[in-house]
Design a binder for this molecule. Sequence first.
Ligand code: FUB
Length: 317
Amino acid sequence: SASADQQQAPKTSTAAAVTSGNPIVKNIRGADPDVHVWDGRVWMYTSQDRPPIDSSTNYSGMDGYHVFSSTDMVNWTDHGEILHSRDVSWGSRGYMWAPGAARKGTTNYLFYPHKDKNGTWRIGVATANSPAGPFADSGRHIPDISGIDPMVLQDGSNYYLYWSGWKNEGGHTKHIPYVAKLKSNMTELAESPRAVDYGATNHKEGIFVFKKGTTYYFTYTDWQGETDQGFWATGSSPYGPFGGAGQLKGAVGPKPAGAQDHHSIIRYADKWYYFYHVGNYTNAAGEPGAGYRRNASVDYLHFRTDGGLKKVVHTTT
Ligand code: FUB
C-alpha cells in the first residue's frame, strides 16, 4: 500500500509524497491525466468530461482542458482552463479528448485529439509560454494524419509523437499505434508514420512512452472489458519493436472502477507514479461518477528486479 511504501522510503529520500485522497481531481471531471515533471514541479494535464453534445457517444461533450500542478503530490493547484474547442478555428465543438503535453526550450506544447469540421479525428497543437498555460492553438492540425490520444516523448533533442489510429483490415477496424519524429517546428511530422510493433494485438488507445536508463517502455490501454487494461512492453528504440525476443512485456494497470485505464507515468523525488482515472467518484454535488464522468487518481508504480513493471494497486485513501 502507499503507506507501507512510505515506511520503506530511505531516510535520505526527499520524497514527502503520499498518494492520499484519490481521486486527486475533485473539483471538475478531469480525466486522461498526462503528467510531466518540469522545473521541479509536477504538471498534470487533463481532459474534461462534460455532458454529451450529440448522441453518437457520451464522450462527445468533452471540452476545456485543465492543468494542475503540485510539488508534494498531495496539494494540487488547478491553473484553470487552458484550451477550449471554441478557440480552435479548424475544429468542431466538443470532442477534446486525451491530450499530451511537451516542452521544448521555453515553449510548452499541448497536443490534443479533436474532430475537424468534417468529423475526422485530427491532432491539434497549441503553445504557451508557461506549463500553466493558457495555450493558443497553432491554427491547423498536424497534416496528413488521423487519430486520437497524442503523446510526445522527448529523447535528447528529438521529439517523437505517438498516437492511436485505425486501419481497415478485412472489413473491420483495427486500432494501430503509430509513431513519427516531429519536425523542429513541432507542428509537422519529419517522417512517414510507422506502425509500432508492440508484441501483441490488443492495443486500443492511451499510449504513454517513457525511458528508464537505456530502455524504452511502451504502454497503452487495451479494449474495455478485459481483466487487465494497462499493458507495457520494453524496447531499445523509440520506434520499437517492443516486447519481442529478449524484451519484456506484461500488464500494469487493473481496470479502474467504471473507466478505461488511460494512464501516464513519471518519476518524481525518487519515486515512480502511475496516474489514471476512475469513473466511480461521487462529487460534492452528489452526482455519481460514470465512464464519461471521470476523475484523475494516482498510485505508486514499482519495478520488478528484471526491469518489468509490477501491477499497480489502486488506493482510495
Ligand atoms: O477521454 C476520451 C477518450 O477515452 C480518450 O481519448 C481515451 O483514451 C479514453 O480515455
